[in-house]
Design a protein around this ligand. Sequence first.
Ligand SMILES: [Fe+2]
Ligand SMILES: [Fe+2]
Length: 483
Amino acid sequence: MPETTNVDYSTKIPNNVGLMDDQRVLRALEQWHPGYIDWWMTMGPEGFQTSDVYLRTAISIDPKGWAKFDYVKMPEYRWGILLAPRQEDRRVNFGMHKGEKAWQEVPGEYRAMLRRLIVVQGDTEPASVEQQRHLGKTAPSLYDMRNLFQVNVEEGRHLWAMVYLLQKYFGKDGREEAEGLLQRRSGDQDKPRMLGAFNEQTPDWLSFFMFTFFTDRDGKMQLESLAQSGFDPLSRTCRFMLTEEAHHMFVGETGVGRAIERTCQAMREAGIEDANDIEAVRKLGVIDLPTMQKKANLHFSLSLDLFGSEVSTNAANYFTSGVKGRFQETRIEDDHQLTKAVYPVSKLIDGTIKMVDEPALTAINMRLRDDYVNDCLKGVQRWNKVIEKTGVNFRLKLPHVAFHRGIGEFANLHASPAGEVLSEQAWARQKEQWLPSKADGDFIAGLMTPCWKRGEFASWIAPPRIGIDNKPGDFEYVKVDRA
Ligand SMILES: [Fe+2]
Ligand SMILES: [Fe+2]
């Protein structure tokens, strides 16, 4: 079957890339498949592999009807290889090759670069599944449990997407990298996942929602910039992944939003005016807003590290070569080559944080991070609307970009969420006001009792406004197998 908008389900691996006529790649993927299933069974959602889950599966790449919903046991999910349709006469849109025809094969001189980008992206996909594998057991509702599993199977599919590119375009090294993606483990001492945030724990559901809001949003920004790539198969792959990614961020934003809503409602009902009266709020069986702020501080700062150093010659090379562009590259009005342009970068100068113009080419990471921060800000404003509506006097904020950083310009410095540079002692004294403490974690863990009755929700989270696929409130999203 040639490349089409419909997906070929006749091969073991559903696809719209004509795998039937590409026996070499089909065989490589079929050989990789058992290892993947093995990984899924040992590192995927713990305890629910035989449950029927109401999941969406991509059946087409037509934006108007690409998914269908049905009950599926997760190990039987049809993980497929789906690329957005090829655009006639697509060009390289930036860098030194701007205006040339987009590449259908990997240019020899950019092979190492592209392989690296694909492997790093690919590594994040299974990592998050590993981080979230124990959460099913404490799901605050069947609705939330289903959303978790939807995110998990799609991250699995994103791994397939990257593995396809490796197997098809990178020969023997590609096959080795595809194996490596199944070998590394989140948080493992000896063979950790490649990026910091993907080796952290996701200890509870508030962390999961914060992760899907902040860290999946980094994923979105990376996919957006890879979707601009001159290497057309990578671009098309990322464009389709972005359609799925939108749901992951929806899960994060509405998850946190519903926790906020429940907290504010409970405060109103109990007549608690002071959002900082943590003890009183916690007695209501909800998560106090200051603790939510701390969680946001943590996940935001960890996610900022994923953008790498503000000033980076690697990023400049990716751009100049045409392999990784900027967010919404084709909508930006400039020469798309940036040989003379500058961009403001925040830096530590004589003990204070200042903006300094740097060559725009080396500031590509900084720019993408700025776009990310703006995107996060909009979500935080929507959370604040939820609080505002209830009349509670509290607002969430994003901390300063220098706060709690491990990579880049501010890695070796202590800064408050307001961006003041602090001494070691001042930091040590106050950091528990800004980041979740052990006691905060214990409190949240205590709330994580499962709630698996149809239409019911745990004490700390409000129900959603509408169901998935317009299902009614008491819909059985997961038929939990209690055998
Ligand atoms: Fe993903
Ligand atoms: Fe995601």
